[in-house]
Design a protein around this ligand. Structure first.
Ligand code: SF4
Length: 274
């Protein structure tokens, strides 16, 4: 079982990337479970054709953990992808990771934490005190940083990288950095900037997702690009990403090397110019 986690700043397009990645993986006849952890709980919405599924945290509050069944929390979406939303606290109230850990524990108890690939979509925002929890607890084994060439997105990615570096010092490292995914915002010099960032943190650019109107059109039609426009070039971009991730086997001995604030700023200045 491959346990991959996509981390990145809020609003960077993690959920869109995760849902399209899951859809592309499901085309390979793989059994996929996607778990979203974001207070917005919209990670799986496109896979569920616009349906907001109840979150584990809300259900725990309403029914009590002991009364929850698998059918209450695991929903079947596009191409039989199993969808779960962990939920989260009210905006501004960090949950310190309790949301996602409670979800993992519940899914384990229900014997629902299985599949060929588990895709975790985790908010890695600086404000989220709990983003390292899935890594620390050994659920997020292979981490992909989703970023763009925007400075704050890189700042968040670098912070997540720091968490991985810290955890990889353990005697038994629990997670490795799989790579960096650039979800393009059409910023000048973006490919160069994100590629060099990936190299500098001792990783690689796993994929470059060009900005495309078809993503927005698919979303308003409540579908992933893979479902709405399977013949499009953008659908192939996600297929390529899925292929690359399936073929990636990150070396646990290869440790990430996060940048200092000065290094990050110098790197950004090299590419972001007036
Ligand atoms: S605070 Fe972190 S762990 Fe908790 S719900 Fe938000 S993103 Fe998930």
């Amino acid at each position: 079982m491959k346990q991959i986690a996509l981390y990145g700043k809020g609003g960077i397009g993690k959920s869109t990337t995760s849902a399209n990645l899951s859809a592309a993986l499901s085309e390979k006849s793989l059994d996929i479970l996607q778990i979203g952890c974001d207070p917005k709980h919209d990670s799986t919405r496109m896979l569920m054709h616009g349906q907001w599924i109840p979150t584990v945290l809300d259900l725990v509050r309403e029914k009590g953990e002991g009364n929850i069944t698998t059918e209450d929390v695991v929903f079947s979406g596009y191409n039989n992808i199993r969808c779960v939303e962990a939920g989260g606290p009210e905006p501004g109230v960090g949950c310190a990771g309790r949301g996602i850990i409670a979800t993992f524990q519940l899914l384990e108890k229900l014997d629902a934490l299985y599949g060929d690939v588990i895709v975790y979509d985790v908010l890695g925002d600086v404000v989220c005190g709990g983003f390292a929890m899935p890594m620390r607890e050994g659920y997020a084994r292979e981490v992909y940083l989703v970023t763009s060439g925007d400075f704050m997105a890189l700042y968040a990615a670098n912070n997540i990288c720091k968490a991985i570096a810290r955890l990889s010092k353990r005697s038994k490292p629990c997670c490795t950095l799989g790579g960096v995914i650039c979800n393009s915002q059409n910023i000048e010099g973006e490919l160069g900037l994100v590629s060099e960032f990936a190299e500098k943190i001792n990783s690689e650019l796993t994929g470059f997702i060009p900005r495309s109107q078809i993503v927005r059109v698919s979303e308003v039609n409540k579908k992933t690009v893979l479902e709405y426009a399977p013949e499009s070039e953008q659908a192939d971009v996600y297929r390529k990403l899925a292929e690359k991730i399936m073929n990636t086997n990150p070396d646990p001995d290869k440790k990430p090397t996060p940048l200092s604030m000065d290094e990050l700023e110098t790197l950004a200045q090299k590419y972001i110019k007036a």
